[in-house]
Design a protein around this ligand. Structure first.
Ligand code: F6R
Length: 256
């Protein structure tokens, strides 16, 4: 794992945006795995500002709430159109987000997996992390080999996401999420985390044992993972000085 620690969320976001922008310029038909939530909001703003050509880009979002329509203001469909898609020249047919209203959820999840494979797999998977270490909505004790499927949110995640819905009761219990196995098949993963409330989850993911109690720890088995995090999210890492030195002394050809 490459751990990039920056003084602020904004500085960490700027690096992640450069990395994604570079990929889009170098591979105009890239397949992007995208995330929602508060963490990547500013990243999408940066990408819009880079004036990239999205006409041949394909996207797959990590997750969606079950039982709310795409038009619902808190659906991840709404989020993605609001924060990114409506500002760039992406083709609607190339946008993929799990269908929270599917009649047959298992069949729709299988189709989602097939579509990812048919697109040639995901070039870069953007990730946030839950305070409990989830990636996508793969909550603690999710199988590390899991595929796209329905999941039940933990009380902690529903509490964390109550800020978007106005109350905890309004947060759906069920979601569709790419599995950890699905995420690990992306050719590169880029995880962003900001703030003190993510510090424990980051320390467990990076320096703890690989365990389904820390779903993000599964990323230790992926050959190409970059974390862009701020000081606060890095505050419980034991080897933070080492990670800083590594980043500050990268050979020129490795720099983005
Ligand atoms: C969202 C997702 C989740 C979030 C995580 C952190 O698509 O997959 O794993 O990344 O819940 O959410 P925020 O960024 O709101 O703290």
């Amino acid at each position: 794992m490459e751990i990039i620690i920056q003084p602020t969320a904004e500085a960490a976001t700027a690096i992640a945006a450069r990395l994604m922008g570079k990929l889009i310029r170098e591979k105009p038909a890239a397949v992007l795995g995208l995330a929602t939530g508060s963490t990547p909001e500013s990243l999408y703003g940066h990408l819009v500002g880079q004036k990239l050509d999205w006409s041949r880009i394909t996207t797959f979002n990590l997750d969606e709430y079950v039982g709310i329509s795409p038009q619902h203001p808190q659906s991840y469909h709404s989020f993605m159109w609001e924060k990114l898609f409506r500002h760039v020249n992406i083709a609607i047919k190339n946008v993929n987000i799990p269908d929270g209203l599917a009649n047959n959820i298992p069949a729709s999840c299988e189709t989602y997996e097939k579509k990812i494979a048919a697109a040639g797999g995901i070039d870069i998977q953007l990730l946030g992390i839950g305070t409990n270490g989830h990636i996508g909505f793969n909550e603690q004790t999710s199988s590390l080999a899991s595929r796209t499927r329905i999941k039940t949110l933990t009380p902690q995640t529903r509490k964390d996401n109550a800020r978007f819905f106005g109350s905890e009761e309004a947060v759906p219990h069920h979601v569709i999420t790419m599995g950890i196995g699905t995420i690990l098949e992306a050719r590169q993963c880029l995880l962003l985390a900001f703030g003190k409330k993510k510090a424990r989850a980051i320390a467990e993911a990076v320096e703890g044992p690989i365990s389904s109690m820390s779903p993000a720890s599964a990323l230790q088995q992926h050959p190409r993972v970059t974390l862009c995090i701020d000081e606060e999210a890095a505050s419980e890492l034991k080897l933070s000085e080492y990670y800083r030195w590594v980043y500050d002394n990268k050979p020129g050809w490795q720099k983005v």
